[in-house]
Design a binder for this molecule. Structure first.
Ligand SMILES: *Cc1c(COP(=O)(O)O)cnc(C)c1O
Length: 385
């Protein structure tokens, strides 16, 4: 039986407005991708700013797959992916027969280490897929310089990074080929399951729109075949089934309007943790530099070597103290599939391997009450103080 005093690691921030919006959609008679999804794409694109194209999908994983397909990943193509990520980033490359080449990370930000990435470039390398880990952006200037120097395409895994300013631009507005957001239940905004891809490139947007719905090209129909009847459509490729439902989009439109309030709450919680844990034997998460912001999707602390307990024991004790925690991430080079397929060893990723032993994510979500925050602080101080 669930313990009422147990604070879960994450809980979605859903209010009456979201519930009403879903109910209205249910009563409207149109459930699948339709007018609400179109409005969600338009409003999100306006929020990101500039002449971006928004493509709503049913998960970020789908968005990553569509991105890699649209930029032309074919069997044997190599894509640089940080080992410190969720398996989606790499698996979406495998769907197309591409080879994710795992890269070590910076010890402080846990984001892709461009020096290690550079060492792993071959004549098959065609793209890089950085992850804005925890909601802290990989600086646009560094990313563009690295990709430009090596002629690589860029797919940003921004599953943690809405809303995040990256050197003055919202993540999603950069010149990268695509940027992919996740609306999974634990992310900074949610639609239950869902995602959105942004691109400045009209051709990439058109390809992703076609492939997200069975390879059906309605634009071809609209533009060139005006003599065909309304029931006609053209299948131009073996596409996927990645479209977002209008019920999900209805939640998303409300969440989008609430993002400033929700990110402000996350920022408040992070500030309280920073202050409460300053004297404990752990490393606090890094903050965004001037001109950038942090979305605080995750608050990942790293236990010092001289801490009274190790990370695994800390997680057990936090649970005994009624607080759910998690680990983001178990690096991909340790996961059986990636380790065995690419014969990877911990020594090839010294930073990620060492940081993994110390990392623990504490609860941080906009629906947390002040009492919830106190509960996390008290438990953490009791164990490590
Ligand atoms: C959550 C997450 C994803 C996948 O998002 P879905 O919407 O669940 O497919 C991809 N990358 C990272 C880094 C994530 O945290």
């Amino acid at each position: 039986m669930p313990d009422m005093n147990f604070l879960p690691f994450a809980r979605p921030d859903i209010g009456e407005e979201e519930i009403t919006a879903v109910t209205e959609t249910l009563r409207s008679g149109w459930l699948t991708t339709g007018p609400v999804t179109a409005a969600f794409e338009k409003e999100f694109a306006e929020r990101i700013g500039g002449d971006v194209h928004a493509v709503a999908v049913n998960s970020a994983t789908a968005g990553l797959h569509l991105s890699f397909e649209a930029i032309g990943i074919t069997p044997g193509d190599e894509v640089l992916v940080p080992t410190w990520t969720f398996t989606s980033t790499a698996e979406a490359v495998r769907y197309l027969g591409g080879e994710p080449i795992l890269v070590d990370v910076h010890p402080d930000t846990l984001a892709i280490d461009f020096a290690d990435a550079e060492r792993k470039i071959t004549d098959r390398t065609v793209a890089v897929a950085p992850v804005h880990y925890a909601g802290l952006p990989v600086p646009n200037s560094e990313l563009a310089a690295f990709a430009g120097a090596h002629g690589l395409k860029v797919v940003e895994d921004a599953a943690h990074a809405f809303p995040t300013l990256n050197e003055g631009l919202l993540v999603g507005a950069s010149q990268s080929e695509t940027t992919v957001f996740s609306f999974y239940a634990t992310k900074t905004m949610t639609t239950g399951e869902g995602g959105m891809v942004f691109t400045h490139d009209a051709d990439l947007a058109a390809r992703m729109r076609t492939m997200r719905l069975h390879g059906i090209d309605r634009d071809v129909f609209g533009r060139y075949t005006s003599t065909k009847p309304a029931w006609h459509y053209d299948v131009v490729a073996p596409g996927y089934k990645y479209n977002l439902t209008d019920m999900a989009a209805a939640i998303g439109r409300v969440q989008l309007r609430r993002t400033d309030q929700m990110v402000a709450r996350r920022r408040e919680i992070a500030a309280r943790y920073d202050e409460a844990f300053a004297d404990l034997p752990l490393t606090l998460p890094p903050h965004a530099p001037e001109g950038s912001t942090h979305a605080w999707h995750l608050y990942c602390v790293k236990l010092d070597e001289n801490a009274p307990v190790n990370r695994d024991r800390f997680i057990e004790l936090m649970a005994e103290n009624q607080v759910g925690t998690s680990v983001h991430f178990i690096p991909l080079h340790i996961q059986p599939y990636w380790r065995d397929t690419y014969r990877l060893t911990p020594e090839q990723f010294p930073v990620a391997t060492a940081e993994f032993a110390k990392a623990c994510s504490l609860p941080i979500f906009s629906a947390m009450t002040d009492d919830d925050v106190d509960q996390v602080i008290d438990a953490t101080r009791r164990i490590l103080g």
